[in-house]
Ligand binder design. Structure first.
Ligand SMILES: Cc1cc2nc3c(=O)[nH]c(=O)nc-3n(C[C@H](O)[C@H](O)[C@H](O)COP(=O)(O)OP(=O)(O)OC[C@H]3O[C@@H](n4cnc5c(N)ncnc54)[C@H](O)[C@@H]3O)c2cc1C
Length: 391
């Protein structure tokens, strides 16, 4: 085992980004992913300026921009179509120095995957345990195999096995109260003028993210008991949102029933006391799974990846670098997670008609742009430089 060998557990957006960053920092990296096919099963994703800056620091910013659509127009509305807040994405891009974009998750995942050598990816391999008894290395077990590494990155998502193993007293994920149905349309949608839009009803939100080819992802987020499932999810969404403004019916009409994904939104409601245990760093949803109400989960995972790589680049000790990573990332990502829950409570989850009316009136009285800036306040982030280790 060399002193710069790293194993990344999990090949999602966070794990792949961490692997790219660590390679830039001079590490030899192996990504171990349990899925037989390395892909991302989600629909679409919105990347704010902080996420785009992290991707640029990883050297894949241009490829992502080329596959994405800039979110210049849109904002929030009420179900009858009345405007609550407008978004001026061009002005935000000028202000933040990077665009907000919408991209199919599969396209983002493919770009990250292609930035890594095939031989660094071990797929169809579920990590079952880590042995941390020797302080100079971590032994990672998958199937009948083991891998020794000077550093392990636990990027194994919200139900992280490594988090449970390293922080057995932590209660783990909790249901947020919202369930989400989403899909990508099978064809371009007529009349889709806004790049990005959110519509708030009572305890329900409908949003879309448009892609360069005129298709779009839509998501319907509903207050619901944990575990609720519908026999025919698309019919249920069409029923619930039948009277909502265009292009919502058009988006649903352009969707195949089998394209609809349905997940409960779980979060790490209890913040972790550390993102580090010995030579293991937690990253992405494994460290700080948050509600999607600010569109920041993946952006925070990308920030983690760049910050971790920068901390380790040229560092004399892994332990010291991981302590700096924890200090830089834990307060920020946990603040974003807390704000995302608040945004959900004041936005999608608000169900009381009086409270909804008051909220909408308050938003209409807010000067243009202020509301969008509040939602995007975490987008203003500059990546640290990843300086490669001297040979
Ligand atoms: C509805 C919804 C909408 C969202 N929209 C946005 C958005 O617009 N913008 C944004 O920034 N974020 C968004 N997010 C959040 C974002 O999707 C997540 O934060 C992000 O995908 C987390 O990436 P990750 O790599 O940490 O975890 P994951 O994507 O969950 O990846 C974990 C990987 O680890 C693998 N794995 C797990 N256990 C093991 C094991 N034992 N061994 C090997 N492999 C293992 C899994 O198979 C998986 O591939 C949204 C989330 C939801 C639910």
């Amino acid at each position: 085992m060399s002193s710069n060998s790293a194993v990344v557990v999990g090949g999602g957006i966070g794990g792949l980004a961490a692997a790219i960053g660590l390679r830039l920092a001079g590490w030899e990296v192996t990504v171990v992913e349990r899925a037989a096919v390395l892909d991302d099963a989600g629909a679409g994703i919105s990347l704010a300026a902080n996420g785009m800056r992290a991707l640029a620091a990883l050297g894949v910013g241009e490829a992502v921009e080329a596959a994405a659509r800039r979110q210049y127009t849109g904002g929030t509305r009420t179900p009858d179509g009345r405007r609550l807040a407008m978004m001026d994405g061009e002005a935000l891009e000028r202000e933040l120095g990077a665009p907000i974009v919408g991209i199919p998750r599969a396209a983002l995942h493919r770009i990250l995957r292609q930035a890594l050598p095939t031989e660094s990816l071990v797929i169809g391999a579920e990590v079952t345990d880590v042995d941390t008894t020797d302080p100079s290395r971590v032994r990672v077990r998958h199937g009948d195999s083991t891998l020794d590494a000077a550093l392990v990155v636990a990027a194994d998502g919200i139900n992280s096995r490594l988090r449970r193993r390293l922080f057995p007293a932590h209660p783990g994920p909790a249901y947020s109260g919202s369930t989400v149905l989403r899909a990508i349309t099978e064809r371009p949608v007529d009349g889709l003028t806004a790049d990005f839009e959110l519509t708030w009803g009572h305890g329900a939100e409908f949003g879309h993210i448009a892609f360069p080819d005129g298709t779009a992802e839509w998501h319907a987020v509903l207050n619901a008991p944990a575990g609720v499932r519908y026999r025919d999810p698309l019919t249920e969404v069409r029923r619930r949102f039948a009277r909502w403004h265009e292009p919502i019916p058009a988006l649903l009409a352009a969707t195949r029933p089998e394209a609809v994904l349905h997940h409960d939104v779980n979060v790490l409601a209890t913040p972790l006391p550390s993102f580090v245990a010995g030579r293991i760093a937690l990253l992405g949803d494994a460290a700080h799974a948050m509600t999607p109400h600010l569109g920041q989960g993946a952006c925070q995972a990308l920030e983690d990846a760049v910050t971790l790589a920068a901390a380790l680049a040229g560092a004399p000790s892994v332990e010291g670098a991981l302590a700096r990573y924890d200090a830089a990332r834990r307060p920020r990502s946990q603040t974003v997670a807390r704000d995302a829950r608040r945004a959900g409570r004041m936005g999608q989850q608000l169900a009381n008609p009086l409270a909804v009316g008051l909220r909408n009136a308050a938003i209409r009285l807010t000067p243009p742009g202020v509301m969008v800036r509040t939602v995007l306040k975490h987008a203003d982030w500059a990546p640290p430089r990843i300086a490669p280790r001297a040979a």
